[in-house]
Design a protein around this ligand. Sequence first.
Ligand SMILES: Cc1ncc(COP(=O)(O)O)c(C=O)c1O
Length: 393
Amino acid sequence: MKADFFKYQAQTTPHPLAMTISHAEGSYIYDTNNKAYLDFVAGVSACGLGHRHPKILNAVKNQLDRYLHVMVYGEYIQEPAVELAKLLASHLPKHLEKTYLTNSGTEAIEGALKLARRVTGRSQIVAANHAYHGNTMGAMSVMGYEDRKRVFRPLIPDVAFIDFNHFDDLKTITTKTAAVILETIQGGAGFIEPKEGYLESVRKRCTEVGALLILDEIQPGFGRTGKLFGFEHYNCEPDILVTGKGLGGGMPIGAFTSSAHYMDQLQDQPKLGHITTFGGHPVIAAAALATVKEITESQLMTQVIEKEQLIRKHLQHPLITEIRGRGLMLAAFTNSPDLTNEVILTCQDEGLILFWLLFEPRAIRITPPLTISNEEIIKGCQIITRVLDSVSA
Ligand SMILES: Cc1ncc(COP(=O)(O)O)c(C=O)c1O
């Protein structure tokens, strides 16, 4: 299997982790030797309810018995997609009332960028240095990391970059700007939270010049920061909200949500302003509906804050210089990329899954399922500190 993996499946790094998966359940993933790995990554923030949550499995199984794909996006009335969009609206500010469902986060970003241009009639997009919004051409155009996009140029024109958290840069946003796109908490950059008043100032500037504010909540969304959406911490409401990852409970999905007035412009001049075959797929939407219900109806979001405290308490070690982030979106920093690598790889041998962040090589990603137990958290932290002891011995 391993040889075939390298021979037939296209790889994105020369050294993938290459663990052969047998099954997964709750907070654990099992390899084909039946070795259990405690999951501190949750499929890179996608499996908020852990692996094979019974409510998600039930929803999927029920939908499998009814129908799979029947028609392209938006033509037929399919209960799971309608109920999901309605449920999202019930948990969002009043103006974020209509949702377009896509197959992935990056595709939802494409939809949001197109919507902003369509609504404003302007072309410029302002994005942040070190931002990550996905890997399709439009999303890559607003990625703030030149090294990873240089060879793919030319990308979409008229994108200006600002430094996240730099208030002075907000003058770049002008009446030529269609939209400002930001991650509510910068992920790939190192789980960097907005400074006090920053997002409010961006919001104010956008309103002054008539630019739309797009917030990418693909990673912080759906309870990971202790609230359903990250922006709820910062007194700032976007014009377009983009979600994905944790929305699907382990199934592939993305979404962009905005006002009816804006979203309805995708129907007209030109009609079919954004189309997809599989977006809103009934099985995926059923899984997402069960996921959002469980996150909003259980105590999981309040427990996230307690779990963050537990991680911060048990992850103290002289080689950990800082823990950044909020809730269960945390990054433990060492002062050396080599050490970070060694910790991630050795922890995997020791039965704990950790991972890197895209642009910050000193960071160890800690984004476990929201459902992880306190005992599992303590166990995982002990593995990390033990591994750090062994490398510093
Ligand atoms: C903040 C953010 N935006 C967009 C994306 C792209 O989502 P997807 O990989 O589903 O296309 C990601 C994925 O890591 C992300 O973290």
